[in-house]
Design a protein around this ligand. Structure first.
Ligand SMILES: Nc1ncnc2c1ncn2[C@@H]1O[C@H](COP(=O)(O)OP(=O)(O)OP(=O)(O)O)[C@@H](O)[C@H]1O
Ligand SMILES: [Mg+2]
Length: 251
């Protein structure tokens, strides 16, 4: 699904290198967790995958189903099935959540060569998915993310993910700011999306989330590189001992 080889990426404006020779493979159907200290480059990696123009790839490869995505713009990447749930979801004033979902879903359908959904069918799907996430339907009328609480924003991200049915999902700290019940609801939402032809990358600081979304692989990012990979036991080891030992080992 995803193969990243010797990736180097820097901040376009300043030239500061953040991703420094990163290698990562995520197989079809796999749920991979990415952990790592603050500032290690986790969010930057997700932005580079999504194609954000503030970052420049200077070396290396990102292969998505065997094809390089480096020349694709963010819209083309989204159309090809790459979805990023942001650590800090953007507020979109003036665009009702329902309207946003309609445009996004129909754009995705168009990219797959499917007809747009009728309004009743669209409303039905959105309401059903929102209900599964225990979201208040009144929120669908409000501008996307504007005035949403932290947890509501995270649920809105998962709602988009459920409805857009992406192939490669990247969730950046979707657990932060969620109460215990919401954490379970969001994790259930992610687990429902697990499928042999979909891969999910979960960026998180806490083992707790991984009790609900059990990963097939865990990767530790440090200073823009993957310094250790393992199975879910690696997350327990980190929870117990912190990063110091692993960083020392890699040095
Ligand atoms: N546009 C930018 N300009 C300057 N520095 C940047 C920029 N974007 C990222 N950085 C720096 O790159 C480093 C990695 O940031 P990033 O947000 O990817 O970390 P992270 O691993 O997601 O951290 P956290 O766990 O706190 O979310 C940080 O030191 C950050 O300050
Ligand atoms: Mg981050």
């Amino acid at each position: 699904m995803l193969e990243i080889k010797n990736l180097h990426a820097r901040v376009a404006e300043t030239g500061v290198e953040i991703i420094r020779g990163l290698n990562l493979t995520v197989k079809d159907g796999e749920v991979a967790a990415i952990m790592g200290p603050n500032g290690s480059g986790k969010s930057t990696l997700s932005y580079v995958l999504a194609g954000r123009e503030d970052y420049e790839v200077t070396e290396g490869e990102i292969l998505y189903n065997g094809q390089s995505i480096l020349e694709m713009d963010p819209a083309e990447r989204a159309a090809s099935g790459i979805f990023l749930a942001f650590q800090y979801p953007m507020e979109i004033p003036g665009v009702a959540t329902m309207e946003f979902l309609k445009v996004a879903m129909n754009a995705q359908r168009k990219a797959r060569g499917e007809d747009p959904l009728s309004i009743p069918e669209l409303m039905k799907r959105v309401k059903h998915a929102a209900g599964e996430l225990s979201m208040d339907l009144a929120m669908l009328k409000r501008p996307l993310n504007v005035g949403f609480s932290g947890g509501e924003k995270k649920r809105a991200e998962i709602l988009q993910m459920k409805l857009l049915e992406p192939k490669l999902c990247v969730l950046d700290e979707t657990d932060s700011g969620l109460d215990i019940d919401a954490l379970k609801i969001v994790a259930d939402g992610v687990n429902q999306l697990r499928s042999p032809d979909r891969s999910i990358v979960v960026i998180t600081h806490y083992q707790r989330l991984l009790d609900y979304i059990v990963p097939d692989a865990v990767h530790v990012l440090y200073k823009g590189q993957v310094i250790k990979s393992g199975d879910k036991s690696l997350a327990y080891e980190l929870e117990e001992n912190g990063y110091a030992g692993i960083i020392e080992e890699a040095a």
